[in-house]
Design a binder for this molecule. Structure first.
Ligand SMILES: Cc1cc2nc3c(=O)[nH]c(=O)nc-3n(C[C@H](O)[C@H](O)[C@H](O)COP(=O)(O)OP(=O)(O)OC[C@H]3O[C@@H](n4cnc5c(N)ncnc54)[C@H](O)[C@@H]3O)c2cc1C
Length: 378
């Protein structure tokens, strides 16, 4: 029946593997990733406030691989040969009859002095670094923390803002619980005048209102020029900070650059509405690695990666069985902005935008979402 290679063991890769197995019981499927582990990124925001330990969020995939009868090739992909039919890795090559690329995104680290900021989404270790620094500041009597994010100007949709709001609100709640909020100055910055606008005007108003209510200073709409030790530099003035958390815009993983794959301006793999890579046969892309047609608010999120993975798996299974690939994916934004004890939820599709007010329900929805994934992949 053939051999499919899936690059990446994140949300997109694992969902694609599960869906392919469901549709094609006899297919040989090989997952390629540096390690056989899954990192549940959405709960990293709870590491600095000790609601989660890093160990809770790194899931060994042995059981998942066995249950879905998947092969695993431990290696880092460096390129493709034979129009995608050979995947080249730093530990050997994987020949295939079909390919799904799900190797995630990468943060653009171009601003001068970016090493003076913690980019809190690339590694579990970054969330631990925030926790350790925060605890040192708490023990030392307080300090100033600046939180910000920006987009990739060449791919405006390649932005990850939600977790920065969550780090900010979570740390604010935590400091209040510890009776230390008065000893800290918290500032939120963004070059966008309306940060998080993909969630809609109302959501931005609500989030900025929550910042005002909590006494968080804002510095919005000024182009950033870089970082220095203890300082964020912008064209509208500097922000002094003892700890800077900053999430730059996203681009595609570095290996794409020499792969010959068609790339968008922002560095992601260009795909059609069926997740097919333009000009490459039986080659699909899902999740943060891809650039897809759709509304300008199309999110780069785990849920979106899942929807794309299900479509790509259905289409590749159809192609391998000699049928026309016809499946498209729904575009849907589901964002919970958690504050450690409450949360607000935004739902958006092409027809409507809905918001659930800030409540305990929002926080518990995020915990339920976590439980759902951890059970599926553990
Ligand atoms: C702190 C944080 C909070 C978030 N919160 C939410 C949330 O609440 N809700 C939500 O929906 N989304 C959230 N997201 C976004 C979500 O995690 C991503 O959109 C999602 O992980 C994208 O899935 P993916 O499969 O495309 O990539 P990833 O999950 O990043 O997986 C990429 C995989 O590819 C592997 N890989 C990378 N390079 C190579 C290579 N060269 N060769 C082989 N393998 C490679 C990686 O090891 C990994 O296994 C959050 C992200 C972060 C960082």
């Amino acid at each position: 029946m053939g051999h499919v290679c899936i690059v990446g063991a994140g949300f997109g890769g694992l969902t694609a593997a599960k869906e392919l197995r469901r549709r094609a019981p006899d297919l040989k499927i090989t997952l390629v990733a540096p390690q056989p582990t899954f990192v549940f990124y959405p709960s990293l925001i709870w590491v600095p406030t000790r609601l989660r330990d890093p160990g809770d969020l790194v899931i060994p995939l042995d059981r998942f691989l066995r249950a879905n009868r998947l092969g695993f090739h431990a290696g880092r992909v460096t390129g493709l040969k034979d129009g995608g039919r050979t995947v080249v890795t730093d530990t050997g090559e994987v020949a295939n009859d079909g390919l799904i690329i799900a190797s995630g995104g990468r943060f653009v680290r171009k601003l001068p002095g970016i090493e003076h900021a913690i980019v809190p989404c690339a590694e579990v270790a970054d969330a631990v670094a925030i926790r350790d620094r925060l605890e040192a500041m708490m023990a030392g009597g307080g300090g100033r923390v600046a939180f910000g994010f920006s987009a990739n100007p060449k791919e405006p949709g390649a932005v990850r803002g939600g977790p920065m709001f969550e780090y900010l609100f979570g740390i604010d709640t935590y400091l209040r619980r510890k009776g230390l909020r008065e000893s800290f100055d918290l500032t939120f910055f963004s070059p966008a005048p309306k940060p998080g606008i993909r969630m809609g005007e109302k959501a931005v108003e609500r989030i900025l209102g929550e910042m005002r209510r909590r006494g968080v200073a804002t510095h919005l709409g000024h182009r950033m020029t870089g970082f220095e030790p203890g300082r964020v530099r912008t064209e509208g003035g500097d922000i002094e900070a003892d700890m800077i958390l900053f999430m730059p815009g996203l681009t595609g993983p570095a290996w794409l650059e020499g792969s010959g794959l068609p790339l968008s301006e922002g560095g992601m793999v260009r795909a059609d509405a069926r997740c097919r890579v333009e000009g490459f046969g039986r080659t699909y892309v899902v999740g943060d690695s891809g650039s897809f047609p759709g509304p300008d608010w199309t999110p780069k999120q785990a849920h979106m990666a899942d929807l794309q993975a299900a479509a790509a798996a259905a289409n590749l299974a159809a192609e391998l069985a000699g049928r026309e690939p016809a499946e498209t994916f729904r575009v849907e934004l589901i964002c919970i902005v958690d504050t450690l004890d409450r949360g607000t939820m935004v739902y958006r599709d092409p027809k409507r935008t809905l918001m659930v007010p800030m409540s305990v329900f929002g926080h518990w929805s995020k915990r339920i979402f976590e439980g759902h994934y951890l059970r599926a992949f553990r």
